[in-house]
Unconditional design. Structure first.
Length: 129
């Protein structure tokens, strides 16, 4: 039942929804969307030494199944979701296609978390806002 609700998000298909349900399980284990984004491997790795912080490439500590599905979904989602299309265009204007895809993938994680936590379809969430 949860997978059907997740598929109400434009750009989320059967495989992405099923992967989310199987890999995430209980969404209450994430206290914030940042934790879920990190678990999915959609943030950069960080290294701190002597009080200095350095950001590196995408973290290797991730769920590779979710990361792959979300990145593929993020490449297609802007075609069906106006909000994601605007976000993608804004990042593309800054000049980096891969970064634009990652920003959309992070937003998809936020959408998936919201739908899963509230147990409502995406359209209902959109109307409530």
């Amino acid at each position: 039942m949860s997978g059907l609700r997740l598929m109400s998000i434009p750009g989320i298909g059967e495989l992405t929804a099923l992967t989310w349900v199987l890999e995430i399980g209980d969404v209450t284990r994430f206290s914030s969307s940042r934790q879920a984004i990190s678990y999915c491997g959609l943030c950069s790795g960080q290294h701190e030494s002597a009080g200095k912080e350095q950001r590196g490439p995408i973290s290797k500590k991730r769920n590779k199944h979710l990361q792959t599905k979300l990145i593929e979904a993020a490449k297609l989602a802007p075609h069906w979701n106006e909000q994601l299309a605007q976000l993608h265009e804004k990042e593309l204007a800054r000049g980096n296609k891969n970064r634009a895809t990652m920003v959309v993938a992070r937003k998809l994680v936020e959408f998936l978390l919201a739908v899963d936590r509230r147990e409502t379809n995406f359209e209902l969430l959109k109307e409530a806002v």
